[in-house]
Design a protein around this ligand. Structure first.
Ligand code: CA
Length: 375
């Protein structure tokens, strides 16, 4: 099987949205295939709530239908929707290289990694209501920021708008309040993965983030791909994750290989500016979920957990502009001869991923000029 594969929600010709299974440039209409009422829904949530046996059964049947020549609708005719009714949205900080790079840039006179970083997957609760589907234009946010050498903050459109290349996982089966989800129960609860662009306004973020973490510098929009790739189709891409030192506490220990060998790239205004791989992430997905629930917090169908920016160790493998340009000091040069420090109005960002023969659906978004400036 080649090309992007996954589940999404689409409509055509003004018909009601429904669930489809994408294979490359075609979409199998699962509602029309008579696989059940869950596929006549406007989101994947009813299907996700059915649990792993149903996910695996439907995926196998969908693949059979495709290989036996079932009619596929042209992807180009499908109007794509946000595939999941997002419950809660959590964003982690799982890349050692990214956390180190950001620590150096935000706190140049201190140890880049804070003392907790190697002991737990650091994360924060994001804004579920501003998740948007790939292709949605992103209006440049306005906000409060403290410019270098100023003594009072100003207000206006962000001048340091950035992308963050991330991999997210989507919860299918919920858990009960008070019952942590162990690392070994990850497969029972998690349906699949999607690429995520965590748009970030660095100037707003730098001024507001201490002491409670990201807020308006992140919450204006987060883009996810229109198609969710089920874990079932990624089993061949599970590889050993980086060694962890020190060994984490028992609840964060995990058996088996949970690195994901997914080649990733970011294209900015037509030029590829970053290439990396998700297998380098220090904290794995089962560890992220175990940590997010170890206090007894429950998870719901449709919850989205994102990895945090995925950066590698080599130049050109950083998953954000603030890293690629050393906080704007070293612009990246694009194929058309122009340079970028941060995103300009009209810039389109496209993120792509590939796990062997299985492509993840892309995440795409163009930056629009700020729509207002009050303050
Ligand atoms: Ca992020």
């Amino acid at each position: 099987m080649t090309g992007a594969v996954g589940y999404g929600v689409f409509s055509r010709d003004g018909e009601a949205p429904r669930v489809g299974f994408r294979v490359g440039d075609g979409v199998l209409d699962l509602a029309a295939a008579g696989l059940g009422a869950a596929f006549e829904a406007r989101s994947l949530n009813p299907f996700l709530a059915l649990g792993r046996p149903a996910w695996e059964d439907v995926t196998a049947r969908a693949q059979e239908l495709v290989s036996s020549g079932a009619e596929l609708l042209p992807l180009a005719d499908a109007l794509l929707q946000l595939p999941v009714e997002i419950g809660d949205y959590v964003d982690f900080y799982s890349s050692l290289e990214h956390a180190t790079n950001l620590g150096r840039l935000f706190r140049p006179d201190a140890e880049p990694l804070l003392p907790n970083w190697r002991h737990l997957p650091v994360g924060y609760h994001g804004r579920a209501g501003t998740l948007v589907v790939s292709g949605t234009p992103i209006v440049r946010p306005s906000g409060q920021a403290m410019a270098r050498d100023d003594t009072t903050p100003g207000f206006g459109p962000s001048r340091r708008l950035d992308f963050e290349l991330e991999l997210g996982f989507v919860v299918g089966s919920p858990s009960r309040l008070g019952e942590p989800v162990s690392t070994s129960a990850f497969r029972d609860h998690v349906f699949g993965v999607a690429l995520v662009n965590d748009w970030s306004a660095r100037d707003i973020q730098a001024w507001e983030y201490q002491p409670l973490g990201p807020f308006l510098g992140k919450s204006f929009a987060t883009t996810m791909s229109a198609w969710i790739t089920p874990l079932t189709l990624l089993e061949d891409s599970l590889v050993g994750a980086p060694a962890q030192d020190p060994e984490p506490l028992p609840y964060l220990r995990v058996s088996g290989d949970w690195g994901l060998d997914i080649e990733l790239e970011v294209e900015l205004a037509g030029s590829v500016v970053s290439r990396t791989n998700a297998r380098g992430l220090y904290w794995t997905m089962p560890q992220q979920l175990a940590h997010a629930t170890v206090n007894g917090a429950s998870i719901r169908t449709g919850d989205l957990f994102a990895s945090g920016t995925i950066s590698g160790a080599e130049g050109g493998s950083e998953g954000s502009l603030i890293e690629l340009t050393s906080n704007g000091a070293e612009p990246v040069r694009l194929a058309d001869g122009t340079e970028r420090t941060f995103l300009e109005d009209g810039d389109e960002v496209v993120m792509r991923g590939r796990a062997g023969d299985v492509q993840l659906a892309e995440v795409r978004g163009v930056v629009l000029a700020a729509s207002y400036s009050v303050g």
